[in-house]
Design a protein around this ligand. Structure first.
Ligand code: BG6
Length: 490
């Protein structure tokens, strides 16, 4: 059967904050790659909007520099780069005053056409989300179909997230608000849904009867140097757990939706968020900070705040109060400056109910592990127990059925960056991989009491060595339950 991709209609994409870091590092390279892949309609237009007094040529020069910096030379043929730059134009717009809005309107109105999609990507600090949304609506450029795209932080707690949702909803109905969690755009994360809902094999064992526990790890080797100011106000719980880790948990734990439609999927994720159990703050949540070692700075140095009690590492145990998952622990772990950069979800199955090999040198019962490697080396492994070949009894060992995508699908398959997929989904009008407002609020409703309890206790985070797997307490969290974290190894 010939695979079909959903076509992308002609569009105008206005990028507010077009001269900023996210636009340079992610959006411009992502849009370039989509054009290079032949997915961008020939009359697509990208309009940069920011405060800097640039003209079209100045913006194109900045975009060309961004491509040089963030797209490998092998992917930069001159004619493709030129074709991409020709789609760009620029309007100087001030989010907080009337300056530039009529010019932006004129640029957009110069190319109207029946089914042209208009989207506004707010690649700006969150305090500008509501004012820009108001001006888009007020200046009439949003029309009745215009879409708005925002990205975290989507609030700092439940109250501020609600306020943001309320403000946005005055100007854009939910069906036109695209809230990015870039983890949902990662190929392997989408593959998780294919694995679960396109294969009959796993569903019968995807429950408390067969699953011993689930581990979700998002480990990073980098520290927070360079963005300490933002980070120190947030910490790992707000920066990573509230969004990325909870989204991964939702995809692992949700019920099969009746169809792969935006609200079908998001309704199921919402039910998971609402069923999350509250961990015991003293014994089931560990916060950490990396210390200085071998000439590398400590977290507090990187954050520029010697008294900081903000966590850059969290490990925790939670559960999901429903029939499928009652009693199954979900362990979450994320941190900076850990041994390696690895994001992985591991579903650890229960051992067989009766082990017959101990008398034959087979040791103790083993457990099957289904591991979904989100990054790097994207792929899926299924840990199996097999007999070691040769004489000497039933000596058993664990071996992986390994489906590393790059090996299985061939070197010609490139794994697109999350933003490539997500920006094109905005244009297609597909919200499946975007968070709905009620999901964001449900996640905060679970996070807020945990943070409040920390603040009340005033406990300092546990220190850990850079390049380690995190603080000792995090290992103990598992050991106490007779379990172990999987290695953080590249
Ligand atoms: C961002 C966080 O959302 O995700 C960062 O703000 C983090 O602190 C980043 O480093 C991790 O993303 P990725 O795609 O590199 O795993």
């Amino acid at each position: 059967m010939v695979a079909r991709t959903v076509p992308v209609p002609p569009f105008d994409l206005v990028v507010f904050g077009a001269t900023g870091d996210l636009a340079r590092r992610k959006l411009i390279p992502a849009l370039y790659r989509r054009l290079r892949a032949g997915q961008m309609p020939t009359d697509a237009r990208i309009v940069g909007a920011a405060r800097s007094a640039l003209d079209d040529e100045g913006f194109r020069a900045q975009a060309a520099e961004a491509l040089e910096e963030f797209v490998p030379a092998a992917e930069r043929e001159q004619n493709t780069v030129d074709a991409f730059l020709a789609t760009l134009s620029y309007v100087a717009v001030d989010a907080m005053s009337d300056s530039g809005w009529s010019e932006l309107r004129a640029v957009l109105e110069a190319r109207t056409g029946g089914d042209r999609v208009r989207a506004f990507y707010l690649s700006v600090a969150p305090r500008f989300f509501a004012p820009i949304a108001a001006r888009i609506a007020g200046s009439g450029i949003g029309g009745s179909e215009g879409r708005v795209v925002i990205e975290k932080p989507l609030g700092h707690d439940l109250a501020s997230a609600r306020e943001l949702n309320d403000e946005l909803s005055k100007h854009f109905p939910e069906c036109r608000v695209y809230r990015i969690d870039h983890y949902l755009g990662k190929e392997t994360v989408q593959n998780l849904m294919a694995l679960r809902f396109a294969n009959a094999l796993f569903e019968p064992v995807w429950n408390a009867q067969h699953v011993d526990h689930v581990q979700i790890t998002v480990a990073e080797s980098v520290g927070v140097a360079g963005r300490g100011g933002y980070y120190d106000q947030n910490g790992a719980m707000r920066d990573m757990v509230q969004n990325h880790l909870l989204q991964l948990l939702c995809l692992i734990a949700m019920e099969p939706p009746s169809q792969f439609g935006p609200d079908d999927v998001r309704d199921e994720k919402l039910k998971v968020l609402r069923a999350l159990s509250m961990p015991d703050i003293r014994s089931e949540v560990v916060r950490g900070q990396y210390r200085a070692a071998n000439g590398t700075a400590s977290y507090v140095d990187d954050a520029g705040n010697p008294d900081s009690t903000t966590e850059c590492f969290v490990a925790m145990k939670t559960g999901i109060a429903n029939w499928r998952w009652a009693g199954v622990p979900f362990y979450l772990r994320t941190g900076k400056r850990l041994r390696a950069r690895i994001s992985e979800i591991a579903v650890v199955f229960k051992a067989v109910p009766h082990w017959i090999f101990s008398g034959q040198g087979g040791g103790d019962a083993h457990q099957n592990v289904l591991a979904i490697r989100v990054q790097p080396d994207e792929g899926i492994t299924l840990g199996m127990t097999i007999k070691e070949p040769g004489p000497g009894g039933m000596r058993l060992l664990d071996a992986d059925l390994d489906m590393t995508f790059a090996e299985r699908l061939g070197p010609s398959i490139s794994i697109p960056d999350a933003y490539e997929r997500l920006v094109m989904d905005v244009i297609r009008g597909d919200q499946t991989l975007f968070m709905r407002g009620d999901e964001v609020e449900a996640a905060w409703a679970w996070i807020d009491p945990i943070i409040a309890a920390w603040e009340e206790r005033g406990a300092r985070p546990s220190l850990y060595d850079p390049g380690s797997s995190g603080p000792e307490d995090a290992l103990m969290l598992m050991h106490r339950d007779g379990r172990r974290w999987r290695e953080i190894a590249s």
